[in-house]
Design a protein around this ligand. Structure first.
Ligand code: SF4
Length: 538
């Protein structure tokens, strides 16, 4: 791909004029340009870097880059998809940087990373990163760069020790992990020196101005879209949900200080708007936001939004969507079974699902997409049958509304109450069952690859011993069989795949991320787990 992609960009910020001795920094996205530039997180961090006079930032994607410095001092990655680790390793190699932090010298850049995958559980990637930024970038990135300025030019080990003092800055090499056996659980995680913090706290931004696109381009995967973050986190706390638990507390962007100015600016550059957030309809002024978008000057603006809470689908929402070019709306129901919804803490009644479908149809939408999940802890075959029955009944009751069920497999995520559960081996069979029930009824059933879910679980609950495996499996893609073969090759050096993916872990086990503090203490997650187990027994 030619570098002309950069000239197609409409930038919505002004880069700073560079100061003398600005730090040469490569900011990489480990995937193609079209994917990276569609990531709001990547866009925002890039603009923050470019607006610092003391940072000379160049962007690098797998298919294209800006002119890169001969000698970068820092190389950063934003990692938002687990399997992109392959491209992290490839891009490091392309810059002649040793893959492992232990093999880097003072002449090589410090490699730092951030983003959802690394914030959730950085341990499988600990060997590859010198620095990992845990949490919201708003204050953390500047804190990290300011601290780096103070140690610039010092030996690498001194730099890393000083950076470890910055809240939210995690230096994996400064922690040692011991194991009960080479292929057994973790025994302990401890800092290697008394001046290294025993635990690193994920950082939370508490301002009321949230993110918005810093660039609009026709080359993005979502062509010419301007994205605004309406809310951050979700107050619902479904027990499997990383998007809620890892990012708590729930925060809403201010209408006056954040949303309206951002939208006004963005819509001068494009007529396509994306409203982002885990639960946008729970913004306290969501109705006012819809009124704002329904003003005549925005009649030609296409609006899309992430999935919405089922019981917030109302006439105003569906009519606004239709007016702004949408044909469908997406709701997450997780299951057709009330019992399973209780287990996961999804506060949703079956009649609310029917009401949402009626509302979608009455508002003029043509399609309803639902998200479900198979293999939820405690789920039985009967629960699955209820999901199929619910979809079939919905299809009967709302003719003309095309139904799609996107269905994933439950994957345990760190910092959630379900982090101790493994993937259910029955899930693949259950996805097939749903497919058999739904497709003949004209319901579009879209299962997520079971194999991919198992690999996600592996990375999600992985520890440092996965580094060898990840190097070995580079380029294997999402076939579970290849990962199984790699585990056989490394047998004895780390636990088997089943340990990470399928086994239920006791709550007193030392977790790979035990030294990394999320928003809630472990005791609270254990309590939420006990609540779920009560619902299972009911
Ligand atoms: S409603 Fe959705 S985003 Fe919120 S906690 Fe539940 S699954 Fe997560």
């Amino acid at each position: 791909m030619s570098t002309s992609v950069f000239s197609a960009e409409k930038r919505l910020f002004t880069p700073a004029a560079l100061s003398d001795r600005a730090i040469p920094l490569i900011f990489a996205f480990p995937n193609e340009y079209s994917v990276g530039i569609t990531s709001l997180g990547y866009q925002v961090v890039w603009a923050m870097l470019a607006q610092r006079a003391d940072i000379d930032v160049s962007r690098l994607f797998t298919d294209v880059s800006e002119p890169l410095p001969a000698q970068a001092e820092l190389m950063g990655f934003s990692l938002s998809w687990e399997l992109d680790y392959v491209n992290v390793l490839n891009l490091l190699e392309s810059q002649q940087i040793p893959l492992r932090t232990a093999d880097r010298t003072d002449e090589q850049p410090l490699v730092f990373g951030g983003g959802p995958v690394l914030t959730a559980n950085p341990e499988p990637f600990a060997a590859f990163f010198d620095v990992i930024l845990l949490g919201d970038g708003e204050t953390l990135l500047d804190d990290f760069l300011d601290a780096y300025q103070q140690v610039r030019g010092k030996p690498r080990t001194a730099q890393l020790k000083a950076l470890a003092q910055v809240p939210g800055v995690y230096i994996p090499a400064l922690y040692s992990v011991s194991y009960q056996a080479t292929d057994g659980p973790i025994a302990a995680i401890s800092p290697i020196d008394s001046d290294v913090p025993a635990s690193v706290q994920k950082q939370t931004y508490r301002g009321n101005v949230l993110s918005a696109s810093t660039v609009v381009t026709e080359k993005a995967a979502w062509e010419n879209i301007f994205m605004v973050e309406v809310v951050r986190s979700c107050p619902e706390m479904c027990r499997f949900c990383l998007a809620s638990y890892l990012t708590l507390p729930f925060r809403a962007a201010s209408m006056e200080a954040s949303l309206i100015p951002a939208i006004e600016k963005g819509l001068q550059a494009t007529r396509r708007l994306g409203l982002l957030g885990a639960s946008i309809t729970q913004h306290p002024e969501f109705e006012a936001l819809l009124d704002y978008l329904n003003q005549p000057q925005y009649d030609d603006v296409r609006v899309s939004m992430s999935s919405v809470r089922t019981n917030t689908v109302n006439q105003k929402l569906t009519e606004t969507l239709v007016k702004h070019g949408a044909r469908s709306i997406t709701i997450a129901i997780e299951s057709g079974s009330q019992r399973v919804r209780d287990i996961v803490n999804k506060k949703l009644e079956t009649d609310q699902i029917f009401a949402a479908a009626q509302q979608a149809k009455a508002g003029g939408l043509k399609a309803l997409k639902l998200y479900g999940m198979a293999g939820v802890p405690g789920e039985t075959q009967d629960d699955l049958a209820q999901t199929a029955d619910l979809l079939i009944e919905l299809n009967k009751q709302t003719p003309g509304l095309r139904l799609t069920l996107g269905c994933s497999t439950f994957v345990p995520k760190s910092h959630t109450p379900f982090q101790w559960y493994g993937v259910d081996r029955q899930a693949e069979k259950r996805l097939k069952f749903l497919q058999k029930q739904l497709r003949p009824c004209g319901i579009d059933f879209r299962p997520e690859s079971y194999s991919w879910s198992a690999i996600q679980a592996l990375i999600s609950r992985g520890d440092r011993r996965l580094a060898d495996l990840l190097e070995l499996t580079r380029g294997y893609g999402d076939t579970l069989g290849s990962y199984r073969r790699a585990f056989k090759t490394l047998k004895g050096k780390l636990p088997p795949l089943d340990f990470y993916v399928y086994e239920q872990w006791p709550t007193d086990r030392v977790l790979p991320w035990e030294h990394l503090a999320g928003p809630l203490p472990k005791a609270t997650l254990v309590k939420h787990l006990a609540d779920a187990q009560q619902s299972m027994a009911a």
